[in-house]
Design a protein around this ligand. Structure first.
Ligand SMILES: [Mg+2]
Length: 169
């Protein structure tokens, strides 16, 4: 069960203090795309692409880690050159380990940012890196959610109790 808990839980990737992450020693940001940066399957927006460019400018290495396919990621990128791993198969930790390998950073310098506990956060915990869970896009809508989201929501009630000691919160 602890494998499903992130280091932090925030509203959105747009509300994260990336300077704090930098000061805490992080150098590699791994982003999920669908329901994290944009709604599921949506094209990249000026806001989402600007965020990725902004953190790259700060010095972070940025790699998108998506379970979705190559075509979908290219559509998100809108021609921007940002590294990515498609069909990542999260919660398998393989893609995260590969991303750390190619960027030459250690476990304590990498952090996964995503909207789903049973894929993004579990993969991060399995690979030994930190993670930030964001509220999935559409969280506040009244639309009926699936069973996994319901379990996730229930579990996150315990987040304040099970939160891990963290440098950046
Ligand atoms: Mg997602």
């Amino acid at each position: 069960m602890f494998g499903y808990f992130p280091n932090d839980y925030v509203d959105s990737p747009y509300s994260i203090d990336y300077h704090k992450l930098w000061q805490a020693g992080f150098r590699l940001l791994l982003f999920d795309i669908d329901n994290t940066l944009v709604p599921h399957g949506a094209d990249g927006t000026p806001e989402s692409l600007a965020l990725l460019k902004r953190v790259e400018k700060m010095g972070f290495k940025v790699i998108l880690i998506s379970n979705n396919n190559n075509d979908r990621i290219l559509r998100f990128l809108q021609g921007e050159e940002i590294e990515y791993i498609a069909e990542a198969d999260k919660p398998d930790p393989g893609a995260i380990l590969k991303a750390m390998n190619v960027s030459g950073v250690g476990k304590e310098q990498a952090i996964m940012i995503g909207d789903t506990t049973h894929t993004d956060i579990l993969a991060a915990n399995r690979s030994g890196i930190s993670s930030i869970l964001v509220k999935y896009i559409g969280y506040d809508s009244t639309e009926r959610k699936g069973i996994r989201r319901t379990i996730e929501k229930f579990m996150l009630h315990f987040f304040p109790i099970f939160r891990k000691p963290t440098l950046f919160r």
